[in-house]
Design a protein around this ligand. Structure first.
Ligand SMILES: [Zn+2]
Length: 343
């Protein structure tokens, strides 16, 4: 090829590359739903084109969930005029510990997956649709922290600790613009920090004494149910009907109504969560603390107690510049973050 032709070809290729959109799918796999977002990247400008939620209640095997992913990929041409082989990446966020190979789910208690090579299951399920697409599997809180850090409320924060109290207690950590994965890909597992007083509480991780086993959403429900069954408190006092499942929100409601049981319950729970985060702040000294998850976002009185305990127990010197941040992307944070982690 003559030099002039080579320059023309290179310029043409550069123009083609410059204006080309790339597409990513992000999935956030929870205990009952698989959320999904289609994201377009135009020269570094990311836009969510569509979000969906697929129920996986009663069909939570790795193969079942991979079939949801396959279904979404297969519908791209029809719904968005995008061929599956045009996809640049599929990011999958899962509430669990992911091995250093980023293929194997070591432990996902909400899905009851242990030692599952989910990467291979996904790869096989879409082999005929998108054989070369990049697939990345990440912890859900890592994905959420990454999503909020790039596109949400934490955009201007140099270092960020994200702690979400939902079904369990998860965390994600960003230092100097880098998502911390750790030596074993399990950085940020803050819910599995232990205190002696919770040593009799078994955790979904297989150990005992974790704060999540006492103060995570599932544990809160278990503690209320246990107290009802043992006559410590009645359903009527908590404002629950006979067939209503007790959740964190019934404690929040009872706290507002001045029920002493709820006051003690929230104070104990807020002490566990607040002291846990205060200790993490002592070690990390982050610029920003992102607090979210269904329990904290749905129970503002609990959140207020937690924040008070963080300020009481974190070292004074570590909170001088600490900013408390509220999530802004909500359900989109995990899907967006998972997709971004494919880059
Ligand atoms: Zn644990």
């Amino acid at each position: 090829m003559a030099p002039a032709d080579a320059i023309r070809t290179a310029r043409f290729f550069w123009i083609q590359t410059k204006i080309m959109d790339t597409y990513y799918l992000g999935f956030d796999i929870g205990g009952t739903n698989a959320r999904c977002a289609l994201i377009r990247n135009t020269e570094g400008q990311f836009k969510i084109l569509a979000s969906q939620k697929h129920s996986i209640r009663g069909s939570q095997t790795p193969r079942d969930v991979a079939l949801v992913i396959r279904h979404v990929v297969s519908k791209l041409p029809q719904d968005f005029q995008i061929n599956a082989n045009e996809l640049s990446g599929i990011g999958v966020a899962i509430a669990g510990q992911i091995a250093i190979d980023e293929h194997t789910i070591l432990n996902a208690p909400n899905l009851n997956w242990h030692g599952v090579n989910f990467y291979d299951v996904i790869r096989e399920s879409i082999a005929d649709l998108a054989p070369d697409v990049r697939i990345r599997i990440a912890n859900d809180l890592n994905a959420i922290a990454w999503g909020e850090y790039h596109f949400g409320a934490a955009r201007t924060i140099p270092s960020l600790l994200a702690v979400y109290v939902g079904t369990g207690i998860g965390g994600g950590l960003i230092l100097d613009g880098k998502l911390m994965l750790g030596a074993d890909n399990v950085s940020g597992e803050i819910g599995h920090c232990k205190f002696p007083r919770y040593k009799d509480y078994p955790c979904g991780c297989g150990q005992s004494g974790c704060v999540e086993a006492f103060a995570g959403g599932k544990a809160i429900e278990y503690r209320i149910l246990h107290d009802i069954q043992n006559g410590v408190i009645s359903r009527q006092e908590l404002g629950l009907s006979d067939d209503e499942h007790p959740t964190a929100r019934c404690i929040e409601r009872a706290w507002r109504n001045g029920l002493p049981y709820a006051k003690a319950f929230w104070e104990e729970t807020a002490m566990a969560i607040g002291m846990l985060i205060a200790n993490a702040i002592a070690v990390i000294n982050p610029h920003g603390l992102l607090l979210g998850g269904g329990v904290l976002e749905g129970c503002p009185e609990l959140l207020s107690l937690v924040v008070g305990n963080i300020m009481d127990y974190a070292p004074r010197a570590s909170t001088a510049n600490l900013q408390f941040i509220k999530p802004t992307l909500h359900d989109d944070a995990g899907t967006l973050g998972a997709a971004l982690l494919c880059l």
